[in-house]
Design a protein around this ligand. Structure first.
Ligand code: BG6
Length: 301
């Protein structure tokens, strides 16, 4: 059991408080000179990031679950050690990292209190359902909260055999009106269309900016930074990344959002997922003792 008071004594400061957040999970609330943020220790789930003087950058559903054993809808779910549906029916979508209680490993302050680093960790013993764990690992999630936000996930393969993992930092961005948004940076990039029922066409290539005018569920391959231009909020959000070969772009649109119990019927207008990922053909083989890191940095320009 993770004890809020002990964590507060050990890691608390003027800019970092340990509270009981939604669902009763221990929550780390950061309020430094450059930004505020909230991280649930359950799921290592960042669900609020607001740079000083800006509106919130991340979107959270008003219908999200905050319940052990279920994922949260919004913020930055950590998808690991697999992205997408499990290989077998009993394996949860997007892996077990977002369904586990993590431990707090470090909280530090840098650059005259304008940057806070929070480090959470997960090991196999902490996974609620041990039958989901196929190999020994150490997983660490770092949050750098300041004028920019960086989320970095580092895995170490502690087993004696190579493992194949897929992963994603499944970031939900708040937008004024998804239909008006343009996503720049993926022009001429090839992608897989994952919309269920969409014709399977090989060789999709993005033409120009991405517009959200239907259900969008795509894995773009060999990608770099993208920008979300949001005329409604009059802002551009830059999303940079490293250790990630793919970018997932997702908006469930009407049919799918109606089908999801933890997603409001009209909420698809106000969100857009841009996910730094290693997914599908970009699965990574991680050798015994090897460490792999994926990170995403978000800046409101
Ligand atoms: C996206 C996938 O990353 O996550 C979609 O590409 C999926 O196919 C979406 O629907 C949400 O997944 P979940 O498991 O959080 O409902």
């Amino acid at each position: 059991m993770i004890d809020r008071e002990t964590l507060e004594r050990k890691f608390g400061s003027d800019s970092v408080k340990f509270t009981r957040g939604p669902g009763g999970f221990v929550c780390i609330e950061v309020a430094n000179a450059a930004a505020t943020a909230k991280i649930s220790t359950y799921a290592a789930h960042l669900f609020d990031y607001t740079p000083a003087g800006e509106r919130p950058v991340l979107w959270m559903s008003g219908s999200s679950w905050f319940e052990a054993g279920k994922p949260m809808r919004g913020g930055v779910p950590i998808c690991w050690p697999w992205f997408g549906p499990g290989a077998r029916e009993e394996l949860p979508a997007h892996g077990f990292a977002r369904l586990s209680q993590w431990e707090v490993r470090a909280v530090e302050s840098f650059e005259n209190g304008t940057v806070t680093r929070v480090v959470l960790g997960l090991t196999p013993e902490q996974v609620a359902k041990p039958e989901l764990v196929a190999f020994a690992f150490d997983l660490e999630c770092e949050f750098w909260i300041g004028r920019s936000l960086t989320v970095a996930l580092t895995m170490k393969n502690c087993s004696d055999a190579p493992v194949v993992v897929t992963d994603a930092l499944h970031t939900y961005f708040a937008v004024k009106e998804a239909e008006a948004v343009r996503v720049r940076g993926l022009d001429q990039v090839g992608y897989e269309d994952r919309v269920v029922g969409a014709p399977v066409v090989l060789g999709h290539v993005q033409q120009g900016d991405i517009r959200i005018d239907r259900e969008v569920d795509r894995i773009y391959h060999s990608t770099g930074a993208v920008e979300i231009y949001d005329p409604g909020f009059n802002r551009t959000i830059r999303v940079e990344k490293s250790g990630s070969a793919a970018t997932v772009v997702w908006n469930p649109w009407i049919r799918k959002s109606h089908a999801m119990p933890d997603f409001g019927d009209e909420e698809y207008h106000s969100m857009l997922c841009i996910e730094a990922a290693n997914a599908s053909v970009d699965a990574r083989t991680v050798f015994p003792g090897e460490k792999r890191r994926i990170s995403q940095t978000v800046t409101v320009l």
